[in-house]
Write a protein that binds this ligand. Structure first.
Ligand code: DOR
Length: 433
């Protein structure tokens, strides 16, 4: 297999704490040497001067839509978007059709990822059959056959406390993680946006922050009782942050993620009625955004996760009331958060990189991803140009869909190369299909 030498880059690696200039030699899919002044020898030398070399990003929350909704996305287009965004691993959500609630489907999605070769796909299995919130799926079967160690009915909550309690208890037998979509449906019926000053002005039915917090509080109590691992997806309110912070302090086994859009956008945007700003949970108030930023910085929130949720234009481009919830995220995540959080000084660079790499890798098993830019680690890397400046254009993204909430936004930094086991999946800004 070919040898590569990434020469002259600034290695930024939260796993080892390294931040400094070094060359990275790769052979047979692994990092074999990291040091300054390495000789090219027989390796292909790739000039990385002026670039940042980091572990490949890991997304805990990606809707790849295959099987069943390939008009929105499939494994090939979704992982192309991942590669373009610097990701080497994505966790595909279970709200497919058929639902990813048996081992054969999870295994099919994982294998399809391998076949395409643009990012490793780690499926998330459904907690309940058909996402119906009633009967548990076969966790052990999905784990054994397809390596599934996280379960979620994402898009829908497990509303029944008894079912959730059983899921958490059952999960402990296999040491798997339960990720419940935190929304009490009795509080969100007919809701169209965050409940608050803006929903009053616009006259739209509101989605109260309590709907999320009630569910997280319940789940934390149940997880503590079962001594189970709970992962809270797309945290969106200041109250949720407080609950998670307190639970961590008490030793409850909880991890949490936040999306780039909840960290950078607020419910004031809804006044333009652009359906690309419609999402579940909804964009919240400015005070929530600030609390999420602080929680990302201090580690209360472990990971940035995109909740990349493609929808085809014919369903997304409708009047606000009729449009489905969801936003693209994979290709813009790092640049958005660098531009909005690191450049203005809210979060430091190495911390942000940790939330894209070691953070998510600590939530579930993602194999050899985020293992660090160190000798012996798998060569899964993201190489980013810190000087790149670009403007987001939905139709230019690799996703099959276009529903980015960041259309027209000018961003700083962009991935130029992504390397999966020593092979380029993105090279000089081009996805290597
Ligand atoms: O906005 C969302 N879209 N939130 C979810 O939880 C599900 C997702 C989807 O599948 O479209």
């Amino acid at each position: 297999m070919s040898e590569l030498l990434l020469k002259g880059g600034r290695v930024l690696d939260p796993a080892s704490g390294k931040d400094g200039r070094a060359d990275v030699r790769i052979a047979d899919g692994r990092i074999v040497e990291v040091a300054d002044g390495l000789d090219g020898g027989s390796a292909e030398v790739v000039d990385c001067s002026g670039l940042w070399v980091m572990p490949g990003f890991v997304d805990l929350h990606t809707h790849l839509r295959e099987p069943g909704f390939e008009d929105a996305e499939d494994v090939a287009t979704g992982t192309a978007a991942a590669a373009a965004g610097g990701y080497t691993a994505v966790c595909s959500m279970a709200n497919t059709d058929p639902v990813t609630d048996i081992a054969a489907i999870a295994d099919m999605v994982r294998r399809r990822g391998r076949e395409v070769g643009l990012a490793d796909v780690f499926p998330v299995g459904a907690i309940t059959k058909g996402l119906a919130g009633e009967n548990l799926t076969e966790f052990a079967d999905m784990q054994r056959v397809a390596g599934v160690d996280m379960f979620s009915d994402d898009g829908k909550p497990v509303a029944d406390a008894l079912v959730m309690r059983r899921a958490l208890q059952y999960a402990t037998a296999f040491d798997v993680v339960i990720c419940n979509h935190s929304e009490d449906p009795s509080l969100t019926e007919g809701a169209q946006m965050n409940e608050g000053a803006m929903s009053s002005v616009l006259g739209l039915p509101g989605w109260p922050h309590e709907a999320e917090e009630v569910m997280i509080a319940r789940d934390l109590i149940l997880a503590a009782g079962a001594n189970a691992r709970l992962h809270v997806p797309h945290v969106s309110t200041a109250g949720s942050v407080e609950l998670i912070r307190a639970a961590k302090a008490r030793g409850i086994r909880v991890t949490a993620e936040v999306t780039p859009h909840h960290l950078t956008l607020d419910d004031g945007l809804v006044s333009a009625y652009d359906p690309n700003h419609k999402v579940n949970p909804p964009l919240r108030a400015v005070a929530d955004v600030e609390a999420l930023r602080a929680a990302l910085a201090d580690g209360t929130i472990d990971a940035v996760a995109t909740d990349h949720a493609p929808h085809p234009p014919e369903t997304k481009d409708q009047e606000w009331h009729h449009a489905p919830c969801g936003m693209l995220g994979l290709e813009t995540a790092f640049a958005v958060l660098y531009s909005e959080l690191v450049e203005p000084g809210h979060v430091d660079l190495l911390t942000l990189i940790a939330r894209f790499t070691t953070g998510p890798a600590g939530v579930r098993n993602v194999g050899e991803h985020a293992g660090g830019v160190v000798e012996g680690a798998a060569a899964n890397l993201a190489v980013v140009d810190p000087e790149a400046r670009w403007t987001v254009e939905g139709r230019a993204l690799h996703s099959r869909a276009r529903n980015t909430p960041f259309e027209g936004r000018k961003l700083a930094t962009r991935p130029v190369h992504t390397v999966l086991r020593g092979r380029f999946t993105l090279r000089d800004g081009s996805v290597q299909a």
